[in-house]
Design a protein around this ligand. Structure first.
Ligand code: ADP
Length: 384
């Protein structure tokens, strides 16, 4: 286990005397998805600003990879490259006249040669699915597109950690899901992600670790199940329970389910309600997995004709771009694997379009589910 960010007895007051952080000591593991939750004014944004050196501790210290942060210009440049920050309001982040100039700003500022800047900015724009947007003015884009440009600007500096303050606020549900799914993909690629959010359902299903803050301090940290399993604590923090946990507690109260921990998601909740024997007696649908990196549009259409699926999902920007090119209507854009497993359990087959490291991840997740549940859902790679 590698600790990437740590605070020790960190306190901070703003100029007007507001105590925003009080004696916060936490450590964050590299490669995790972390969600800071808590009511307004809990100190989440202030803590995030500490993590990339925008604010400097009043008392205590912040450590990156075990070394206390320094606040001279060179150290700050290096920390801001390694720990990228995406602000809640994209208009606070985007300022250049074109999307390309905005994304190129970071690497240019780091002193990279023009050729390298072009390569990094191009890669970042492709990653967020915005190739072709280079000349557009950022302020003419939709909220979801602006958020993608802001993320691309950070990605172009190849950060190790990405911090996002309320990444889904003001976005419609589909745009929110696409952003969260992109964060999953970045995490699979090895990045550490830290978000703050009021959306308890999102924090619960997405985060490996939830940190609950209140009145400038950390009141609980743990898995979503540990933190949101404590209804009183959540109520005290002026939050609500994730819908899956709320439903689980009602069902447990009526002795309809009898397990100690709430389910993580709808798939696990359905499994609790259906006995293993019933599930094992089922006729399952298949899940086809198409690696879009290795196919062109014609090949993908041919694959689809040969393997008709009742539902289609796309994971990652390149899969979504490819689905659009092929004229394929996508049913699932978030939580794709679980949704396809749910469909397989009722005998429907699905196709998952994805790419890169997510292909292996998808196959593994379906295999693991089969082992845990005793069902034999077939995951078929359509790679050749
Ligand atoms: P959260 O992100 O959890 O809503 P913040 O970190 O924004 O919490 O705020 C923590 C506390 O600091 C709140 O009491 C807030 O009013 C105060 N605060 C935040 N920013 C400023 C500022 N620029 N000047 C003065 N007080 C601030």
């Amino acid at each position: 286990m590698t600790i990437i960010l740590e605070t020790r007895s960190l306190s901070y007051s703003y100029g007007d005397g507001t105590e925003a952080l009080k004696d916060v000591s936490i450590s964050l593991e590299a490669g995790k998805k972390v969600a800071l939750v808590g009511p307004n004014g809990a100190g989440k944004s202030t803590l995030m600003l500490m993590f990339n050196g925008i604010l400097r501790p009043g008392e205590g210290e912040v450590l990156f990879r075990g070394r206390p942060m320094s606040y001279d210009a060179a150290s700050l440049r290096s920390i801001r490259r390694a720990v990228g920050m995406v602000f809640q309001n994209s208009d606070d982040q985007l300022f250049a006249p074109t999307v390309y100039q905005d994304v190129a700003f970071g690497p240019t500022n780091l002193g990279y040669a023009a050729e390298k800047v072009k390569r990094y900015a191009g890669f970042a724009l492709q990653y967020v699915g915005l190739l072709g947007y280079e000349r557009r003015p950022p302020h003419h884009l939709s909220g979801g597109e602006k958020k993608r440009v802001a993320i691309a600007g950070i990605l172009a500096m190849e950060p190790e950690v990405i911090i996002l303050d309320e990444p889904t606020s003001n976005l419609d549900p589909a745009s929110s899901e696409e952003i969260m799914e992109m964060l999953d993909e970045l995490n699979l690629g090895g990045k550490t992600l830290i978000i703050s959010t009021h959306d308890v359902d999102l924090a619960y299903r997405w985060a490996d670790e939830v940190i609950l803050m209140k009145d400038g301090g950390v009141v609980r940290r743990g898995t979503g199940q540990e933190v949101f399993g404590d209804a009183e604590l959540i109520r005290d923090a002026r939050l609500k329970l994730p819908i899956v946990v709320d439903l689980y507690q009602e069902l447990a109260g009526r002795s309809i389910v009898r397990v100690a921990k709430p389910p993580r998601n709808i798939l696990e909740l359905c499994d609790l309600l259906q006995s293993k024997a019933e599930a094992q007696a089922g006729v399952w649908g298949k899940i086809y997995i198409c690696n879009v990196d290795e196919k062109d549009e014609k090949e993908i259409r041919a694959v689809l004709d040969k393997n008709p699926a009742d539902f289609k999902g796309a994971m990652g920007s390149s899969a979504k771009v490819m689905a659009e090119k092929c004229g394929i209507t996508i049913d699932f854009t978030y939580g794709v694997i679980d949704k396809c497993i749910l469909k397989a359990l009722i005998g429907k087959s699905s196709l998952i379009m994805t790419s890169g490291g997510m292909v292996e991840h998808t196959l593994q997740r379906i295999k693991d589910y089969g082992l845990e549940s005793g069902t034999k859902i077939e995951a078929i790679g359509l790679m050749q």
